[in-house]
Design a protein around this ligand. Sequence first.
Ligand code: MLT
Length: 398
Amino acid sequence: MAIMNENYSNLKESYLFSQIAAKVATYEKEHPDKKIIRMGIGDVTLPLAKVVVNAMKKAVEEMGVRETFRGYGPEQGYDFLHEALVKYYTKIGVHLETSEIFISDGAKSDCGNITDIFSDLNTILVPDPVYPVYVDTNIMRGRKIVYIQGTPENNFLPMPDNNIVADVIYLCSPNNPTGAAYTKEQLEEWVAYALKNDSVILYDAAYEAFITNPDIPRSIYVVEDAKKCAIELCSLSKTAGFTGTRCGYTVVPHALKRKSGNGTLMELNKMWLRRQTTKFNGVPYIIQRGAEAVFSEEGIKECGEILEFYRENARIMMATLDKKGIKYFGGIYSPYIWLQCPNGMSSWEFFDYLLETLAIVGTPGAGFGTMGEKYLRLTAFGSREGTIEAMQRIDKSL
Ligand code: MLT
């Protein structure tokens, strides 16, 4: 008899964004005349940069010619993309070896898959509110999860608590969902805490490209000794509009080692390589050529313009919220605006109000944890017209 992974019964009925999509689909069916403005899931709306499309077209052509055709690639990605990433990191003051970078189909998959190299006996530390993938993937493994609270008082940037001992720590900066970004000094505290407890930080940098202030870290590795305690996960989804194209990368430094129960030193880089070569066949060549183009001079410029478009959306949103006196976080180094629900509404009440009264889709803060109960997240990834119209609707009715 097959015995099932009963940890699945400890999960919520459905994944947050699937639950919202179902609600919106019902509303759409019942109100076909309403123009819905979607500011819920953080999905991009602008097309890929031209330089990226051209690189992929060229790669498609190569695949159709015997001399340049490629079959299985290296599971951890092609060196041309590793090299492009090494250069990208150098610009922000981080030196990496090509063998420390693993190309994947995105940060969400890697977030889940990386749990394979850790024992289920680990205690997992998660800030609340939090991207639900960190929690759900660990519930699936039956692991103990402890929470630290993000609050308006700490600007939704919780700091280590020496009364809590955790083995694996999830950090996301700029944060999903709150948009808050850690300073270097704050990350130094986290690194010191992880080193003291021999823990490993899983640092989600998926929104790093939104940072415009050189004093705010775009990588945890700007902190000394972070390579001894942190894995960094990143994605091209938001940096270059790859939500549908799928490409990301995970950095596992060679300096990251932990002792096994019998005292042998285990290199996490080797373990992850072993995991990936066994369970993954790599990202398609065509996509990796597109990703390489993202980090070219032209790619950085074109993608930069796209990011600036979304930043302007965020500014438009913040101006309306300021005008209405609605308190919010994020929006500066992030496409997310985390706002306090008006009139004491709960986050699902406000979600329903926005959908049913204004035909605007947000993401209820409670979906990210108990600390999100009185909050709602809006994204700046929409069209300009949609963003302006949504703000006009909010301005008139709230
Ligand atoms: C979000 O809306 O939180 C993100 O789009 C989810 C993701 O990146 O998987």
